[in-house]
Design a protein around this ligand. Structure first.
Ligand SMILES: [Zn+2]
Length: 381
């Protein structure tokens, strides 16, 4: 019992270190309370006995993770070194190294504080979360298949903030939907392995690796190191902070303050789901996060049937009924059309407007990627 680690980090210290100043200090914020304070890396992104479970020997999981960190920490340093010494042109060797550790980075994601929170939703015991986590992480077949799908079907890029302004969320990596697909039950628009998804993997306050499929913002080009200006970094930080469930950290207090003004997505969100037994309430485990405003709006229109009605009989040049004081054609019209197309597509096969994900169309490689969520869905019936 004596050798138990009391404070167990749900984001590894080898990653936190890359966001610290020279005294191992970082700014941390509680996203729901808009509080920002400076703290030591040792006290950040952890809580007491995070990974303890009565089924496992004391400290067992924590030790297991620290063995992973022993090789992942130096690997991330090596990747950063390659980026910093890169001259110009192709970044194939950097991508190769990232690809090699992708499964490890997915493990960091599934063990993160945000995911532990997702697992806890609708469950009474905190210990249950640990079993869900170990099931995910020990299912190496799934993790390898997911990595393979990402490597094969997603584009790759590095993004750089010269002033070290990238923040880090308690979810470790961040994802966002690059296009709205629908409102789903048990899966989200930003699920890894689906089409139109962007995955941001933190390397340091200066660098994120990006894997993406779909319509990425115009300042990100594939196979290169993209140097972002401050407003583009702020755009990316908006995605990262909305991936946070409790906390986000940064080297730079201003970057965190700026990101915090964009924090808006509550989670988990309750939804009404249709099924053979009639409509019932459920919850998505993952909060939705859209890169583009237009998709966020379309999602809200699909979600709240009442919203739909207010657009009846509105002319293109009329004031938009959403209250923005813009013209309809410059405001909600696009989103309304997107929502309309989605509903029409699904209405033929599913009860309006709530539908399961269409696996064949929305997954880039259905067998390789999302069998686990599907399995979870059927196991929960
Ligand atoms: Zn509007």
């Amino acid at each position: 019992m004596s050798n138990i680690t009391i404070n167990q980090h749900y984001i590894p210290q080898c990653i936190l270190a890359n966001f610290c100043n020279s005294k191992a200090q970082i700014y941390e914020c509680l996203v729901n309370r808009e509080k920002i304070y400076q703290t030591h890396m040792k006290n950040s992104m952890m809580y007491r006995y995070t990974y303890e479970h009565s089924f496992f020997e004391v400290n067992k999981i924590e030790k297991w993770f620290s063995r992973i960190e022993d090789y992942a920490g130096p690997a991330i340093k090596r990747i950063i070194g390659l980026i910093e010494n890169h001259d110009r042109g192709d970044i194939g060797s950097i991508q190769d190294l990232l690809n090699r550790y992708l499964t490890t980075f997915l493990v960091f994601y599934y063990r993160s504080g945000a995911l532990l929170l997702e697992y806890s939703f609708g469950r009474n015991s905190r210990e249950d979360c640990i079993l869900i986590m170990t099931n995910k992480i020990m299912n190496s077949k799934y993790l390898r298949a997911l990595s393979k799908t990402i490597i094969r079907y997603y584009n790759f890029a590095i993004i750089k903030s010269s002033s070290g302004n990238f923040i880090l969320s308690d979810q470790y990596l961040s994802t966002t939907a690059l296009s709205i697909k629908n409102r789903f039950f048990y899966i989200s628009n930003r699920h890894m392995g689906l089409k139109n998804t962007m995955i941001l993997i933190p390397l340091s306050k200066n660098y994120y690796a990006v894997y993406y499929h779909g319509d990425v913002p115009s300042y990100i080009f594939p196979n290169t190191i993209n140097v972002l200006n401050d407003s583009q970094v702020s755009d990316i930080n908006r995605v990262i902070i909305n991936n946070a469930y409790n906390k986000a950290i940064s080297y730079n207090r201003d970057a965190l303050e700026d990101a915090l003004t964009h924090f808006e997505y509550e989670s988990p969100s309750e939804i009404l789901a249709g099924s053979d037994g009639g409509p019932h309430f459920g919850a998505t485990l993952k909060k939705e996060m859209f890169f583009y405003n237009r998709d966020q709006k379309a999602w809200e229109i699909i979600t709240f049937a009442n919203n739909w009605k207010m657009y009846d009989d509105v002319g293109r040049n009329d004031q938009c009924p959403c209250g923005s004081e813009k013209k309809f054609k410059k405001c909600c019209l696009d989103a309304l059309e997107i929502a309309g197309r989605i509903i029409a597509r699904f209405a033929a096969v599913q009860a309006f407007p709530f539908a399961m994900v269409n696996m064949a169309r929305d997954a880039v490689s259905i067998n390789a990627t999302i069998e686990l969520p599907v399995e979870e869905f059927y196991n929960s019936q």
